[in-house]
Design a protein around this ligand. Structure first.
Ligand SMILES: [Zn+2]
Length: 438
């Protein structure tokens, strides 16, 4: 069997339009799922295709290790992509062209790259007769770009047996070389690996009151109750809340750049964040909780006071802070406004001092002896939130080595998404190395 090139495979996967419009509306993952399952079957594997509907399917594969007594590992990647508006792109978002050292198209960096790297690794293992030491479960899933109800959440809830014996997982966000300028002017290659995610609590607020004529104001107007509550929420200063992950991230990356830090004050944290440039801007969303009003619904006629007013608020809380955060929200809401969850996924944090993190660091160091591998926390979320309730320690690790000519990926969830060919090729080698060594 010939060697499978992950970059060519990534380009092929982009040509499946797997747009996820949200709310259950989607192009579906069936086509790509059958393509992937077909390749795996041809290589001698026995994948399982399953999902809550025919169109919204995922591919699962368990590769038995040579030492099945070792705890298992999950490798997950999503097959769907966010919408792309072709008018705004300089080329067809689903052409998957390879030009000037880049693979172009929707999903190139989020995350058909990782799916292609994983799949190429599997096909090359089959060709060379390679098996990992431990059982490795691969999950190529639907619906990450919405709520995962047709993908990871469904699989974890309805088919936990597929994940039996799995202790840790690697998936989206982390593992890419980020070039930073050190205090002495030299360049440091930082590889953040996700060990935490802020939790998501999307809440709906509801204020009830006394309806009446708009010309006769009353004190029990639900629109006013709601606005007062939203104002308190918007003006609230969330205190610094550094999780273990964020603390290690700021300390270790600053140390690598030659800066000393004091994380006990706002000013000290601010300086630590600023030293690490763009990587720090991402970290800014993880040093405290946040609550952002996003939707307002009230009234139907200008001269009528309605009896109900509603709003939606996007609440994100750092690891270990959820109960406190929700208690604060309740205080800010006051007595006139109640809340319910629209969606609720608690924060997660995996140990930094684990054998898993060490194995990730070792694989990156074998590829790049000067790599600085640091834990980091995501401000938002990934499918890891669906797998964590199964007791799985989740790490964000999609390896990409630095491009020799300084290329990087662009356009994730935006226009002209692309990823350097070198990211996908080096990444596949690092992934293979990690999966066989771990
Ligand atoms: Zn993604």
């Amino acid at each position: 069997m010939p060697y499978t090139d992950a970059a060519q495979l990534c380009s092929r996967l982009i040509r499946f339009d797997t747009t996820n419009y949200g709310g259950g509306s989607s192009q579906g993952e069936r086509g790509i799922v059958e393509y992937i399952a077909g390749l795996l079957i041809e290589a001698g594997y026995q994948p399982t295709v399953l999902g809550p509907t025919y169109e919204r399917a995922s591919v699962m594969l368990r590769v038995p290790g040579t030492n099945p007594d070792l705890p298992g590992l999950l490798v997950h990647g999503h097959l769907d992509v966010v919408p792309a508006e072709p008018d705004q792109w300089s080329a067809d978002p689903f052409a998957g062209t390879i030009e000037d050292g880049y693979i172009n198209g929707r999903g190139a960096a989020d995350m058909k790259d990782m799916v292609a790297m994983s799949l190429a690794t599997l096909l090359n293992w089959a060709a060379a007769g390679v098996r990992p030491q431990r059982n490795v479960v691969f999950a190529f899933v639907a619906d990450e770009e919405d709520k995962g109800d047709y993908g990871a959440v469904w699989l974890a809830e309805k088919h936990p047996e597929l994940f039996e014996g799995v202790e840790a997982a690697i998936g989206e966000s982390g593992g890419t070389a980020t070039l930073l300028e050190a205090a002495d002017g030299s360049t440091v290659r930082l590889y953040p690996v996700a060990t935490g995610e802020r939790g998501t609590a999307h809440i709906q607020l509801r204020a009830t009151g006394t309806s009446g004529h708009g010309s006769r104001p009353n004190e029990d107007n639900p629109v006013k109750h709601l606005l007062d509550a939203l104002q308190r929420i918007s003006n609230h200063n969330w205190p610094l809340a550094l999780s273990k992950t964020v603390q290690s991230y700021l300390e270790q990356s600053n140390e690598a750049l030659g800066y000393s830090v004091d994380l006990s004050t706002e000013a000290g944290v601010d300086a630590a964040v600023e030293h690490i440039g763009e990587a720090g801007e991402v970290a800014r969303a993880t040093i405290r909780c946040s609550a952002t009003p996003t939707v307002l619904k009230a009234g139907y006629k200008v001269n009528v006071i309605p009896s109900v007013a509603e709003a939606e608020v996007d609440v994100r809380c750092v690891p270990d802070s959820e109960a406190e955060t929700l208690a604060t929200i309740d205080q800010l809401l006051g007595e006139k406004v109640s809340r319910v969850f629209l969606s609720h996924q608690p924060p997660l944090e995996s140990p930094v001092d684990s054998q898993w993190f060490a194995a990730i660091r070792d694989a990156l160091l074998r590829h790049d002896p000067e790599a600085v591998v640091v834990p980091h926390c995501l401000g938002g979320g990934t499918d890891a939130k669906a797998f964590a309730p199964l007791g799985i320690q989740c790490y964000g690790f999609v390896p990409h080595g630095a491009d020799p000519e300084g290329r990087t990926y662009q356009g994730v969830h935006g226009i002209d998404e692309r990823i350097p060919v070198s990211f996908v090729r080096t990444g596949q080698r690092i992934l293979h190395d990690f999966l066989t060594a771990v």
